[in-house]
Ligand binder design. Sequence first.
Ligand code: FE2
Length: 363
Amino acid sequence: MQKIRTNKLKEGMVLAEPAVTKGGQRIFEKGKTLTQATIMRLSFYCIESVMIEGEDIPGAGEASEPTPAAVPAYSRQIKSSRAFQSFQIDHTLVLSTIRQNFEACVNQGQPLDIPDLLSKVKTLFGSCKTSFDLFNMLHNMHTSMDSIYVHCLNVSLICRQLGKWLKFDSAKSDLITLCGLLHDIGKLKVPPEILDKPGKYTDEEFDLVKLHTQYGYDLLKDLPLDAHVARAALSHHERCDGSGYPAGSMQDDTDICALIVAIADVYDAMTAARAYRSPLCPFEVIERFEKEGLQKYHPKYILAFLQHIAATYQNHRVLLSDGRSGNIVMINRHALSKPIIQFDDTSCIDLSYESNLSIQKVL
Ligand SMILES: [Fe+2]
């Protein structure tokens, strides 16, 4: 018998002990054979690991989730709020629809139920009143769930938010939402043992992972969808300076929806928890975008995105790298990751003049 993290569980595994929530509620009894539906249910109840029958099970003994003591108090407070729990339930239900649709499409060649998928994503998006609510929910969801489906849903929601900031009309908003939702569907055709491999890919493995763009395009190109959707799946890893893949295309040769999805894709990946690092806070993400080169992304869209992300946290409390906390009182348009912070004694500090000081967490 071995302890396995929920995100490493596979269909067919058998519970060696009952699956119990942190609150003591029994979800499944010993001897239960796991299916996709039961694994989803374990995630839904935030059960981080279970005991599985057998020895030498792949995934056993890998880095565990952060202990409760390592989780910031604010994050625990958010997760126990009614709004978060309601969002989590809706998010999980939408994920179930996405999983069923994607698997039927990829494995059995069945059509995607686009109206149903789009309607559910729009309802979930509408449940967040502000962009702060949306990003707050998404950032706090990351620690308990992480899969292709979670990423696709999150990118879809972030694309829709970016479309809203860019004042897209209804049809364009729906289009960019769908582009985000389906951008990584081709990953279902990449062997999971390669895709989910902990640590760095070898060159050969990375070549196989890169194929997900072509697989996605092939799956989507003949479906009754706007042509941008398949092109976004093909080109969301292209970069405006030609450094991306699969074609190494420059900005003018890349689908415009792919360029927007690229931004949401990278943002979601950076704010996700990884085995080797904690999720990055929004200001760390902005700083990375600024450092790693804004020229990789479409200038109009990346600037609008980062300006709005920074503005989302105006008047919110943050923790600085020296341990002090204060409120963001002004965003610096020329250094978005370095706003002006006011402390409780009313003194202020302009982070753009403090090269050794940065925002570590939104509180
Ligand atoms: Fe991708």
